[in-house]
Design a protein around this ligand. Sequence first.
Ligand code: COA
Length: 431
Amino acid sequence: MDFQKEYKKKLVTVDDILAKIKSNDIILPALVGCEPTAVLQRIHEIDNRVENVRIYATLEFNQFPFKDPNVDVKNIKTMSYFFGAGSRGLHPLKRATLLPCHLRNFCSFGLESKRPNIFMASVTPMDRFGYFTMSLSQVLERPFLEAADMVVLEVNDQMPRVQGDTMVHISEVDYIYEHSHDIVSIAAQKPGEKEKKIGKYIADFVEDGDTFQLGIGAIPNAVAESMMQKKDLGIHTEMFTEGMMELMQAGVVTNRKKTVHRGKTVATFALGSKKLYDFLHDNPAIAMLEGGYVNNPYVIAQNNNMISINTTLQVDLTGQCCSESIGNRQYSGIGGQTDTVLGALMSPNGRSVIALLSTTKDEKISKITPFLTEGAAVTLSRNDVDYIVTEYGVAKMRGMSIAERAENLINIAHPKFREELKASAEKLHIW
Ligand code: COA
């Protein structure tokens, strides 16, 4: 096959792609930095020509006019496994809906009930063997690409080449357009004093030689900072972050003690700054693998000494965690929270930590409450919760009765809410 000839034959414009989208299509844009930005930037222009176009919007960090509540779009809606700012804004207008699902099942459940017929991704330029690299996310891309009727690639010469299950061959592609642009980036949230305290408590849980996973948010970044004195750590994670990059650069993460994928950091997507993307480019120590595999608890558990560290929005005195909604207002999604917790708990010497600030930033609301607010989603069941950490200490949940859980959690609540929590526990029979 003459790859260059194939490439030219498949090369089209953004207008050509927009013209091919029709009513009832389901579109799967690749996630985070792999979103096909040029088409999504203009897709609202076809709103008056189509009906019932649905776009998967998961881990969305780019903003586009079709997701702007102020832009009148009626016929293009989003469905999301994990709300970002875009879906959060569209939700009250009935232009976005949530697909509750563990990350490990995104592909299998999605393909069974809502198969996307169009797949689009932003990728690296083609190499001399006819391969593009779908660099920064493998959460669900490969199975959806294979199941789609039409595969469109946006070639972005600024995309890093990341190793793993990331290759797409020209023979699998229907259309290509070129669009050079900066990749969406987020600055690492700098940990404050409280986050640093949490980081220190968690560092006590981490032993040299452990393999760890860190979730999304400011607290996991503080945790990464606090692990700088450890040795021979390994990474098996859903999200690869700036903090993890720094641990690799400092030689703290060697992956030498891992019992599966020894020598490699395993992740399923990466999000950060340009520095992070440069670090990932051609880095043989990283394997970006499919989400259904990476987040499968049986796979996670093959790592001995696995520790999962995630955060939540609200925890009740029985240990139920809501990590995705504020009351009935959907904020994000479950992602891989339960996947990673279960995997860690199934691992020999595994541990799982949920770390959160005891209150919201203004200290007006306690995040530890007698029961979850009405409408709040139970992201992590109280049967699976292991340790909970705030800036006031560690509350052990494993093996604890409801009465012991309530006592342990009240002890790590903000002092100004403790009496109120004790009184509620009495009144509501939380024992
Ligand atoms: N009541 C009311 N508001 C609350 C609240 C509570 N109990 N807890 C948090 N909030 C508000 C915050 O004030 C903040 O509001 P702002 O945006 O106006 O500042 C907002 O909710 C987000 O809270 P924050 O603590 O800053 O969130 P975060 O960025 O650290 O993310 C999660 C935390 C839990 C939303 C995020 O980690 C998540 O979605 N987790 C689920 C998926 C997961 O854990 N996957 C694991 C593998 S990656």
